[in-house]
Design a protein around this ligand. Sequence first.
Ligand code: ADP
Ligand code: MG
Length: 234
Amino acid sequence: MEPVPMVPPVIETRGLRKVYSEGSEAEVVALKGVDLVINRGDFVAIMGPSGSGKSTLMNLIGCLDTPSDGLYACDGIDVATLDAEELATLRREKIGFVFQGFHLLPRMSALDNVAMPLGYARIPPHERRERAQAALESVGLGERSHHRPNELSGGQQQRVAIARALINQPPILLADEPTGALDSKTGEEILSLFKQLRDDGHTVVLITHDQEVAEHADRIFVMRDGEMHEEVRA
Ligand SMILES: Nc1ncnc2c1ncn2[C@@H]1O[C@H](COP(=O)(O)OP(=O)(O)O)[C@@H](O)[C@H]1O
Ligand SMILES: [Mg+2]
């Protein structure tokens, strides 16, 4: 019999804890043991009020910070086993970040912004341009590749940021309040794009304080005071 290949979850946390200023008077237990399993192709929302620990969790999932205790396996790799350089590589290869404020470089064209994460040394210029152009086309912005961010609408800027997040084909797209700076109609368009990306096999983790935004996801996890609960929907 052929062995069944084991496909690990893209995100798996067990008892994940984060304590800030541990042992001091200012100690804050921001995550109190979070268990979370997200599989490839999932579109999940992590919701919760301000101060509930969403950004702390995002920083851990994004390998921007390390937990105080517990396990995080990113695409099957226990991140605690990695040194700083390996973590940086993991972050580049596994995670595409999307932020509320887009974080585009203002003096660069959409194309050059999208090509940024490809790195200069490894990939020849014509291939960088081709891949960036294809990524822009995949978010419906193929015609706008030579525009600078200030020549684009907010929704278009967020599409450029999403194309940039996807350029290294990471298994995880991690979006922190991605519609927070957009009007509701434009926000809906970005959420539709996430659904399309999910249908194309991407994993989307959407962090938001907004129930209406979270409703677009297939599963909703709610953070309350550092604890995670999955919302059960009919
Ligand atoms: N760098 C930090 N140092 C100390 N406390 C922090 C730090 N970051 C967040 N906190 C605290 O941890 C808790 C969770 O914060 P955060 O993860 O930012 O929540 P959210 O993103 O849901 O608003 C809050 O009580 C916050 O004040
Ligand atoms: Mg936050």
